[in-house]
Design a protein around this ligand. Structure first.
Ligand code: GDP
Length: 202
């Protein structure tokens, strides 16, 4: 499984406006600064597949990228921006929730979680909402190359990953699939592509 082509297709402001050719898609979402742009660029092997969601005015859009002319990588608005006013945060929620619940070609939400820090409340809320609504989800742990000094009370990525899984387990019938990644070392990159092709059945 390799990415040979990746092109930006469309920014949509609502689920109904998304491409309707029926191709399967995977939606990337995570807290701001989780490492989403770095990971997506490592997956498509580009220095900069400009994530339009990072551009001013496009923060509330569903952005479709066509990969290998057969499936979509979808860039969703990040959440947890400290600076965003509450009203705007609510809007993002409504916006993405509608997409999660109504997008029939959505194969799996790839929820990005920073494995270099302990679980954040907002990430746990996001994951549990997906679980409770039975939205198919894959946990993508980022920044797994970062080692914490134990004597400072920090935990290693492996421990943070385990803690996170335990904390969300009550919301899921089965442990969701999960992949540990690093954009620095490309850890998990091939695993993500393989996982995607297995979910698509080709
Ligand atoms: P985004 O806001 O989610 O798109 O996050 P970015 O991709 O812009 O990354 C946010 C910050 O985390 C940047 O300073 C990156 O250099 C850093 N970062 C991203 N991925 C990794 C990773 O795998 N390992 C490490 N150590 N740092 C990372």
């Amino acid at each position: 499984a390799q990415v040979v082509s990746a092109e930006f297709v469309k920014s949509s402001v609502e689920t109904e406006a998304c491409p309707n050719d029926g191709s399967p898609e995977f939606a990337f979402v995570g807290r701001s600064n989780v490492g989403k742009s770095s990971l997506v660029n490592s997956i498509v092997k580009r220095k900069k597949l400009a994530l339009t969601s990072k551009k001013p005015g496009k923060t509330q859009c569903i952005n479709h990228f066509r990969i290998n002319d057969s499936w979509y990588l979808v860039d969703l608005p990040g959440y947890g921006y400290a600076s965003a006013p509450n009203e705007l945060r609510k809007d993002w929620n409504k916006f993405t929730k509608d997409y999660f619940l109504n997008r029939s070609t959505l194969v799996s939400v790839f929820l990005l979680i920073d494995a270099s820090i302990p679980a954040k409340k907002i990430d746990l809320e996001y994951a549990s909402w997906l679980g409770q609504n039975q939205v198919p989800m894959t946990l993508i742990f980022t920044k797994c190359d970062k080692r914490k000094k134990k004597k400072n009370g920090g935990k290693h990525p492996e421990e943070n990953v385990q803690d996170f899984q335990e904390l969300i387990s009550q919301y899921f019938e089965a442990v969701p699939p999960w992949i540990m990644t690093s954009s620095l070392t490309n850890q998990g990159r091939d695993e993500i592509l393989l996982h995607m092709s297995q979910l698509r059945n080709y």
